[in-house]
Design a protein around this ligand. Sequence first.
Ligand code: NAP
Length: 281
Amino acid sequence: MADSNVPTYALNDGSTLPAIGFGTYPLKGDDGIDAVLSALEVGYRLLDTAVNYENENEVGEALRRSGLAREDVQVASKLPGRHHAYDDAIASVHGSLERLGLDYLDLHLIHWPNPSVGKYAEAWRALVDLRSEGLVRSIGVSNFTEEHLIRIIDDTGVTPVVNQVELHPRFPQEQVRAVHGRLGIRTEAWSPMGKRNAPLEEPVVTAAAERLGVTPGQVILRWHVQLGSLPIPKSSSPERQRQNLDVFGFELTDDEVAGISALAEAEGRRFGGDPDHHEEM
Ligand SMILES: NC(=O)c1ccc[n+]([C@@H]2O[C@H](COP(=O)([O-])OP(=O)(O)OC[C@H]3O[C@@H](n4cnc5c(N)ncnc54)[C@H](OP(=O)(O)O)[C@@H]3O)[C@@H](O)[C@H]2O)c1
């Protein structure tokens, strides 16, 4: 079984996360267990799931089948919008632990702020309390704007360790990354390849891939690493899983990084929302 050579990021609560993780949406059923197990076998040590992915059972099962020690793998899940009320949030995390078959989560995120419901600050207080009890080691958020971040930090004095946001070459999120830098929050990237719109055939990507003798997917993930973003690519293919993890032995030039970031301007893209579930869930 491969050991992971992935570096780690220090977080604002004193813990660490691997610099790349494995996204598990929409992996489900036996094929889902196989894909997560293979990700662990090729060396991923951070798994990203969510209540809304309905695959926490599969993720827990893959972890058990891997034979890896619990403390060698970090498991992250997410609180859905429909569980933001304080007591619901507490019960929700107990439910996640039960489905995963774990007695603690390494990281738990508020999946969306759901500002129209207006209970994300309550949800954050619940996560702060769950952390004190040791049920969740680190707590963070996803899809939060600066305003949402400031509100929960002011309310509790606790800064999220990560904000997981949509981030890829066609949507590099400069402003959000600058806010994270100021607040001491690590940027985690969902849809890091760009999903259906991945720029795998863009000349700026293929030229760098050719120069370095790597694949276009590896170039995109290396771009994340050089931005300081923590990507969580999903792949069902063991070969692409392996490639995606192998992005720490080569370097893009500053011009290549800038050229890839400039794909966003060509696109003129605006925030596109979340493809994997609905905000009000
Ligand atoms: N917080 C949120 O609101 C939110 C929202 C969306 C997603 N997420 C999380 O982010 C994770 C990743 O996002 P995502 O799945 O939307 O997008 P992604 O990881 O950017 O893209 C996944 C797609 O890219 C393909 N792919 C992977 N590696 C490749 C490579 N090296 N070369 C070519 N194609 C490659 C995969 O196909 P194959 O499987 O065939 O390789 C899959 O179709 C999810 O699994 C989930 O955990 C979170």
